[in-house]
Every structure is written in structure tokens, then in C-alpha cells.
Write a protein that binds this ligand. Structure first.
Ligand SMILES: [Zn+2]
Ligand SMILES: [Zn+2]
Length: 279
């Protein structure tokens, strides 16, 4: 294994950093600096970790997990919504510690096995200070070797029996959202987020605003729009997104409807190197 996230600590925080929220009895969301991870499951021997936070955060995440499920507890598996640095920051350290399998969409595997780097973040994109800082974000792939596997093609999620994965490309080629039919819970990854992630001020304050994926790393805007339509059509009752606070009920419903309708105006930047306004 190779840990491209080693020594890549970034001093970026929100007021929610370090805060955990029990969104549902078996869905816990925790904010690590500027990104959310989820613990899905209800007991120490039956839970899964979704996404692995920022670089150099493994000790913190282990503490969070042990506080919730007891000392030495470890997840049955790690599911990655996608392979960006802020979702894979601690993954190599955690796999080394626990020896558990990691699952991601097959199109993300090149970025998780050291074969391919993501395109450079777009520091010129319309948005704000976080966008301008983005060129310093790591894009080198981690290498999880034999510990990473593709999610099953039938839509099931290993060790999350009631959940299905839904392919939501655009922000990353193999991004997935996770959805549970019985209570319509959604873990969205960065398919959409609930904060204007390009703006340092809004990242700091976490003002709720249902928005498209973080702009500086999104390379295919038409696919990103289709993916928002796809998750909106699931009519989620509650959603945890990769960035921002959890959201549910009418706020989520209306926010998603509006995002689908106004995606071109709200989500797609006016300018940026991955923006083609002449499609
Ligand atoms: Zn991302
Ligand atoms: Zn993200």
C-alpha cells in the first residue's frame, strides 16, 4: 500500500469540525475539519464506515468510532463514495490498523490503486477562496492494493444489507450515493452538498444551502446535473452530504427540486477550466 495522503495535513476547518450528529439511530455523521464521514450500523460488531476524512486524521476518526461503539471497535468494511483526498485522507492508515476491505465504484479504482491521478483542481473556477486554495489539494492516488474491491454490479453494498449504491458521476467518474429504501435515507457523497463549498466564509459558517458538487474538483457538469436528477428522483427523506450539515424533510425536497431546475444557474460556474458553456 502507498499512502499519498501522508504529511498532507491541510489547516481547513468549519465551526462544525469535531461535531457528530445522530441523523438516524443507525446513521451517525461526523464532521472532520471540512468533510463528513458516516458510521452506518447499530452495534460494535455491525457497522460500516463511509468515507475516511481528511489527510492525517486517522487517530481522530478512531477516537470518534471508539466513543460511539467502544474501545477497539472496528467497522466491517469501509465504503468510499469517491476517491478525492478529503474522502480518502485516512484510508490507508485505517486499513493498516484494521485490515478491513474497502469498496468503491469500479471507475474509482484507478485512483485507489495508485494507477491514475485526478485532474488538477481548478483554482480559476468562479466561486471563492476555497476554490482559489484548491491547487494545493493533493491529487496523487493512494494505493490500497488488494484491500480495495469494486462494489458489486447488482447495486448491493457489502456489509450494508438494506442499502443500494447509485452511480452518480460528474464530480468524480465513479462517485456513488448510498440509498436505503425503507426510510429513504441518502448518503450523497459530493453528488450535491449542503454548503457553498467554494466559499471559505460559507464553509466556516456552514450556512445551509443545497448546492451542486464542489466546483474546483468537478470535471463533467452535464453528468453532475444528471446525477442530481437521479438522486432527487429517489425522493430522499434525509441526506448526509460530503460537505455541510445533514438535511431532511421539506428543506431537502424543495432544495433538491430547485437544484434540479436551476442547476445551470446555481451549480455550474460562470467560468472555469472544466466549464463548457457552449454545450
Ligand atoms: Zn469530491
Ligand atoms: Zn468532498
Amino acid at each position: 500500500m502507498h499512502d499519498a495522503m501522508e504529511n498532507k495535513f491541510l489547516p481547513l476547518y468549519t465551526i462544525a469540525s469535531g461535531v457528530g450528529v445522530e441523523v438516524l439511530p443507525d446513521l451517525y455523521s461526523y464532521t472532520n475539519q471540512i468533510v463528513n464521514i458516516c458510521l452506518v450500523g447499530d452495534s460494535a460488531d455491525n457497522f460500516v464506515l463511509v468515507d475516511t476524512g481528511m489527510p492525517e486524521s486517522s487517530e481522530r476518526l478512531v477516537r470518534v468510532i471508539e466513543e460511539r461503539f467502544g474501545e477497539n471497535s472496528k467497522p466491517k468494511a469501509i465504503i468510499l463514495t469517491h476517491g478525492h483526498f478529503d474522502h480518502t485522507g485516512a484510508v490507508v492508515d485505517l486499513v493498516k490498523k484494521w485490515g478491513v476491505n474497502v469498496y468503491a465504484h469500479e471507475k474509482e479504482l484507478p485512483f485507489l490503486t495508485g494507477k491514475e491521478s485526478y485532474p488538477d483542481p481548478d483554482g480559476t473556477v468562479e466561486g471563492g477562496l476555497v476554490a482559489k486554495m484548491s491547487p494545493m489539494f493533493p491529487t496523487d492516488p493512494v494505493d490500497l492494493g488488494r484491500f480495495v474491491e469494486a462494489l458489486p454490479p447488482d447495486g448491493t453494498v457489502p456489509d450494508m444489507p438494506e442499502w443500494k449504491w447509485v452511480h452518480t458521476p460528474g464530480h468524480a467518474p465513479g462517485q456513488v450515493a448510498l440509498f436505503r429504501e425503507k426510510d429513504r435515507a441518502l448518503i450523497a457523497g459530493d453528488t450535491f452538498v449542503t454548503v457553498k463549498q467554494e466559499s471559505l466564509y460559507k464553509v466556516l459558517t456552514q450556512e445551509l444551502e443545497i448546492n451542486g458538487p464542489p466546483r474546483y474538483l468537478t470535471t463533467d457538469w452535464m453528468a453532475a446535473w444528471e446525477s442530481v436528477k437521479k438522486v432527487a428522483a429517489l425522493h430522499p427523506s434525509v441526506a448526509v452530504t460530503g460537505h455541510g450539515v445533514p438535511v431532511g424533510g421539506a428543506e431537502l425536497k424543495e432544495g433538491l427540486e430547485q437544484l434540479v431546475r436551476d442547476f445551470e444557474k446555481v451549480a455550474i460556474p460562470e467560468f472555469g477550466k472544466y466549464v463548457d458553456r457552449n454545450h
